[in-house]
Write a protein that binds this ligand. Structure first.
Ligand code: 13P
Length: 264
């Protein structure tokens, strides 16, 4: 039977990305990466990405060599080089074979003063250097309680993706991470998550047209773990997860990959 073009158009490979945050020395990171590679390094049903801290990233990259597990960073500066003490750039990340970079994580926004405008500069620089951004957005508890979740998310999407072309859009990965669900054990209900994911998809359609928007992977992040993942991952517009705590142990991270692979 010939493939159904409509089906092909809307099939998005799921992503399970581990954000290790400020955890793991280089040696610990290599051990974790080796365990992940041993378990899921050969499968290709799910795109698996690990994002170690900068000190571990090169060694982890070497441990991933020859596997299907991809390497991401957790942040970068928008300039290519220069007098920016403590920063790293997109070309530096490319040089150690990183393929992805997390941008605009709520912890960066809250503790390090990142704004929609600064995240946008980084995102454009990442795309220019063929790095795929994992672009994080999400509302705080106060914003949700005030009923402004969708408005907040809309502003973050519109400002963060300003200047991105229709052609570039499908390489952007969006991560919806309600701030109140991060590291708290409080996961969004599937309805809460799907509602926002569908809303984000609608915004992407307006910005980039339907064909490009249908290709964008929108990940959920915030206390995702093997017990709650299957239900979240089964939602129409939830294309994977950005995982914090559960990515720090191979066993739970691998279980998440297995859960994503099981969703049809
Ligand atoms: P937790 O999975 O620990 O809640 O963290 C989510 C996150 O912030 C991933 O970027």
């Amino acid at each position: 039977m010939p493939p159904n073009p409509l089906f092909l158009m809307t099939t998005r490979k799921k992503i399970i990305a581990g954000n290790w945050k400020m955890n793991k020395t280089s040696a610990e990171g290599v051990t974790l990466a080796q365990d992940v590679v041993a378990a899921v390094g050969k499968q290709s049903d799910v795109e698996v990405i690990v994002c170690p801290p900068f000190t571990a990233i090169e060694a982890v990259g070497k441990a991933l060599e020859g596997s299907n597990v991809k390497l991401g960073a957790q942040n970068m500066h928008h300039e290519a080089s220069g007098a920016f003490t403590g920063e790293v750039s997109a070309p530096m990340l490319r040089a150690i074979f990183a393929t992805h970079v997390i941008l605009g994580h709520s912890e960066r926004r809250t503790y390090f003063g990142e704004t929609d405008a600064s995240v946008n500069k980084k995102l454009l620089a990442a795309l220019k250097n063929q790095l795929k951004p994992i672009f994080c957005i999400g509302e705080t508890l106060a914003e949700r309680e005030a009923g402004s979740t969708l408005k907040v998310v809309q502003t973050q999407v519109e400002k963060g993706l300003e200047g991105v072309s229709k052609e570039q859009a499908p390489t952007v990965v969006v991560a919806y991470e309600p701030v109140w669900a991060i590291g708290t054990g409080k996961v969004a209900t599937t309805e809460q998550a799907q509602e926002v994911h569908a809303f984000i998809r609608g915004l992407l359609v307006k910005l980039f047209g339907d064909a490009a928007a249908q290709k964008v992977r929108i990940l959920y992040g915030g206390s995702m773990k093997p017990s709650n993942a299957p239900e979240l991952l089964a939602q129409k517009d939830i294309d994977g997860g950005l995982i914090g705590g559960a990515a720090l142990e191979a066993r739970s991270f691998v279980e998440l990959v297995t859960a994503a692979a099981a969703v049809k």
